[in-house]
Structures are given as C-alpha cells and as structure tokens.
Write a protein that binds this ligand. Structure first.
Ligand code: MN
Length: 129
C-alpha cells in the first residue's frame, strides 16, 4: 500500500520537484496550493503525512498546522514543515505550532524521500503541543 503524502505548497517549481521525487519514491501524492484547500483535502482523504510550506497565500503554514492539530481527525498526522525561511527560529516556531519535523529548502533531491521515510518510520509519533 503506497503511503499518501499531502503536499501543501504554492510555488509550482517546488511543488513539481517534490511531487516528482515522491512519486518516483513510490508515494501517492495529493496536492494543494493553499492551506484551506489542504485542510479540506486532508479531511476528504486522510494522508499518512503532510508536507507543509510555511509561506503560503492567505493562511500561513503555522496557522495551517494549528488548525490541523485542533481538528480531531487530523490531529495526529505527522507534519513536516518545508520552508525556505533561513531566519533563525523558524524551526522552533514550526515545532511549537505543531510540526513534527522540518526540512529546509532548497531540498536535496538525493535525500528528500529518505527524509520523508524517516519521518514516517520514526517511532516518535508524539504530537507537539
Ligand atoms: Mn510558499
């Protein structure tokens, strides 16, 4: 059974690169280019993991995380923040707002799907408060 990844990313280049790598790696990819659509899609077809951009139009990734975490059906899905923010503190902010992990852009195409596998296989499934 292929793992379902929900990719919430508004930049087409980043989206298609990640989609390509994930599909090549055997994942089933669902995509959304904004947080509202992403949450709707997650409710419609519960993913195994959510990859979430932080800089999104309208509702930023931190808000998306908080909404996912406060929705009972979605509260325990692993969330990995994927962001180009280079500023110090973004990792912490993502973790504080509910992300289980963090991948920095530009993503490393050779390592990317392995990183996602590692998050999926991680025994630490605790959801940060
Ligand atoms: Mn973005």
């Amino acid at each position: 059974m292929r793992k379902r990844v929900l990719l919430i990313e508004d930049n087409p280049e980043n989206f298609f690169l990640m989609q390509y790598l994930l599909e090549k790696g055997g994942f089933q990819v669902m995509g959304a280019d904004n947080g509202w659509l992403g949450i709707e899609m997650a409710l419609f077809n519960i993913p195994d993991i959510i990859l979430l951009d932080i800089q999104l139009p309208g509702m930023d990734g931190y808000t998306v995380m908080r909404r996912l975490r406060s929705t009972p059906e979605l509260a325990k899905i692993p969330i990995v923040a994927v962001t180009s923010y280079a500023m110090a503190g973004n990792r912490e902010l993502a973790l504080q707002n509910g992300a289980n992990g963090y991948i920095e852009k530009p993503i490393d195409p050779d390592a990317f799907t392995g990183q996602i596998e590692a998050f999926l296989n991680s025994s630490n499934t605790e959801v940060p408060k």
